[in-house]
Design a protein. Sequence first.
Length: 189
Amino acid sequence: MSILRYYVGNISLYGDDGYTHTLRGYHLIIHDNDVDEAHIRHNFIDITDVPSGRYSSLSFTLGVDSSDNVRGPQEGSLDPLLGMYWTWSTGFIFFKMEGTAPSSPLTKHLIEYHLGGYQAPYSNVQRIHLPLRHPIVLTDDAQSLEITFDLGKFIDLHGGVDFSQTPSITDVKTAKPFMTRLQGAFHVR
């Protein structure tokens, strides 16, 4: 893949004592130009201002929720110049994957997956819940979380993505089952 990008937002950490801390905002994760389906991609998100404690799971939004979508183009991670915005009516692209696959019938075997959609009945925003293999103990110092995306799992999950049949997705209706399958491709360390 030559382009692999997705939005991670509103990360919630769940403490062993029942406490939940949510970090508002979005991070655009970019893995462009160094991705192939045999590799797992890692990205670190710095977390600050989290109360000290022991945390055993987390969740995050994959995509951009409707309240932020209706505000249109913004700054920072939601800047349209980053190539993750369709139009005012369809909003942000939540997950973008572009490259080539030998089985693609498109010119030069291209594949293009631009997945998004925030309006019913095609609301494709996903909430990903991940247990931590080992609970983390946070102190007052800034910490990093390593969120792992396994492209191979996304492509192979539940029978696999058949690029010969679906080489391109750029509409919210077709995106729905592919956004759902992304849930099984994330892990946290």
